[in-house]
Design a protein around this ligand. Structure first.
Ligand code: GLA
Length: 351
């Protein structure tokens, strides 16, 4: 089932719609066509109690002014590009700068701040919503007109499935990602420090003090970044590892094993009190794990609730950061006769 209603009106008077997708077991995801943002996700705990598992604002105003990318599709390029510069087919491009001296998540008005076109695809027990955005040539400095469709499906197995399909009319780069902040406890008054996380990876891409990849990989063995077996996020978050100090906590890209274009299970999160479990499956080579280190003071909306650092965690599937300047990383180049694909699935269950 899908219900559609008006969510709010943008300052330029365009209307924003909210779509509520409900599956066979009564779980729901709400999505707005501004930023292709997931605004709530109701999943049961071990007693069957449905609670919202993503950080959100209670009105459109919050999303328009948001600096944290709550629930959004970040793009064209999710994550950072050093100095916003890269070369493509012999041309030098300069993107907008919006994170210190660097480009982050598509720039000043990236995909997360655009109004997308919504199309209801399926209203049965596995409801599905397609959102399409046309990003013109030179937007934020990127070459080529890109058409991106993101399809959200809530499956009968309680998966939030995200399929991306993108094309361009001229060679460009494309690396979108989904930026929900999850808190499996069901209450954003709790932090995510007791969430037990595992990531199927031996290496992160090393970063400098601006969180720009140095191009080197950093073995997680004997470091707080080792999530090869499940570990509470808070257990080693304050240790003085040099990479942890750069991110003020976890804000790194894990190089995922078995990258061959197929969807595989890459990470798990378990919240012991509620019994909720989330598996992340993706066909992408990298996973940014961000422990919400800069969230503190973000106000939720009318009720004045203030999030704290570590109120939520992001697991963002993508190509490793600054890949346009790192030939050793998988390519994010998209040509006019090619189609970009990504599938990422967040699968919720009880353990
Ligand atoms: C990403 C980045 C973080 C931060 C958030 C948005 O996850 O890696 O450093 O910028 O987005 O606040």
């Amino acid at each position: 089932m899908i219900e559609k209603k008006i969510f709010g009106t943008l300052p330029d008077n365009r209307e924003v719609y909210q779509y509520t997708l409900t599956n066979k077991s009564g779980c729901t995801v709400t999505i707005i066509n501004f930023g292709a943002i997931v605004t709530s996700l109701l999943m049961p705990d071990r007693n069957g109690v449905l609670e919202n598992l993503v950080l959100n604002y209670d009105s459109l105003h919050g999303y328009v002014n948001d600096q944290c990318y709550f629930g959004a599709i970040a793009g064209r390029y999710g994550n950072r590009i050093a100095k916003g510069r890269f070369q493509l087919e012999g041309n030098q491009y300069q993107l907008s700068i919006n994170d210190g001296t660097n480009h982050l998540h598509g720039g000043k008005t990236g995909f997360s701040k655009k109004l997308w076109e919504g199309k209801i695809l399926n209203t049965d027990s596995e409801p599905s919503l397609a959102l399409t955005l046309i990003s013109p040539d030179q937007e934020e400095g990127y070459p080529g007109t890109v058409t991106l469709t993101v399809t959200y499906t809530l499956t009968e197995k309680n998966e939030l499935r995200i399929d991306y399909k993108g094309t361009t009319d001229r060679t460009t780069i494309l690396n979108p990602t989904h930026h929900s902040y999850f808190n499996l406890s069901g209450s954003c008054a709790n932090t995510i420090l007791d969430h037990e996380l595992s990531i199927d990876s031996d290496f992160i891409t090393m970063v400098d003090h601006e969180l720009i990849s140095t191009g080197e990989s950093y073995h997680v063995h004997h470091t707080p970044l080792d999530f090869r077996t499940p570990k509470a996020v808070g257990r080693q978050i304050n240790e003085r590892d040099p990479q942890m100090l750069m991110g003020k906590g976890y804000d790194h890209n894990w190089i995922l094993k078995n990258f061959d274009g197929h969807v595989r299970n890459v990470a798990q999160v378990y919240e012991p009190r509620s019994g909720r479990h989330m598996a992340v499956l993706t066909d992408q080579p990298g996973l940014q794990f961000y422990s919400g280190n800069f969230l503190g003071g973000t106000v939720r909306g009318k009720d004045g609730f203030t999030y704290q650092n570590r109120s939520g965690l992001c697991l963002e599937a993508q190509c490793p950061p600054d890949s346009p300047n790192k030939p050793e990383f998988p390519s994010v180049v998209l040509k006019e006769n090619e189609t970009y694909h990504q599938t990422t699935i967040y699968h919720f269950s009880i353990k």
